[in-house]
Write a protein that binds this ligand. Structure first.
Ligand code: FMN
Length: 185
């Protein structure tokens, strides 16, 4: 039976929900999964990657950057990841993907993986979410920035109090199914 490892980094929770949906699709295909928020585990405790038949790594983007934990994991385990690159999937969740997926991939995936010598066959960028509801994780200065983005880029006059969700769940499930198909090859 195949076993898949899913690792992700998230600041406001959008990439976690994407990763959970991807995991669900993989499980529904009868494949065993292990999924970790890289902020919640000591990456030293993540077993050797050759124990898995496939690996998926996902990260949210802030100011053009992956989360620190995703960046350091990829850097530290690049030799293992390179060996497994044929069964490695990589995805980002970001604002840019709402308008231009190819540009988001060009900005946030390809050059960053190339820098560490990794080529992934399956990469994708998914639209993100901006949560301006009361009690959301988007607080302080970040909240002000997001309100500015919603006003200027989306033309929304009073953006407070709502969730703006640009994630395309069908696309996310398609990506997970493509990954599963790749494992069968
Ligand atoms: C302060 C801030 C900065 C952001 N910077 C970028 C950016 O540089 N490029 C981009 O495409 N999206 C950017 N975004 C959009 C996020 O990638 C999007 O909200 C995503 O859903 C965040 O994922 P996470 O909740 O998993 O961290 C930014 C969002 C915030 C709140």
């Amino acid at each position: 039976m195949s076993k898949v490892l899913i690792l992700y980094g998230t600041r406001y929770g959008a990439t976690k929900e994407i990763s959970d949906e991807i995991e669900k699709v993989i499980k529904d295909n009868g494949i065993t999964t292990e999924s970790y928020d890289l902020k919640e585990v000591n990456s030293k405790n993540i077993p050797p990657l050759d124990q898995y038949d496939g690996i998926l790594i996902g990260t949210g983007i802030k100011m053009g950057m992956w989360t620190k934990k995703v960046k350091s994991f990829v850097q530290k385990r690049k030799a293992e990841l390179k060996k497994m690159q044929a069964s490695l999937g990589f995805y980002v969740c970001c604002g840019e993907a709402k308008n231009d997926v190819s540009k988001a991939i060009e900005k946030y995936i390809t050059p960053k993986l190339e820098k560490v010598g990794i080529q992934s066959t399956l990469i994708n960028a998914f639209g993100g979410a901006y949560d301006l509801r009361d009690g959301s994780l988007v607080t302080g200065m970040t909240r002000k920035i997001v309100i500015g983005i919603m006003k200027e880029e989306e033309g929304i006059e009073n953006p407070e109090g709502k969730l703006y969700d640009y994630r395309d769940w069908e696309k996310i499930r398609d990506f997970a199914n493509q990954f599963v198909e790749g494992l069968k090859k």
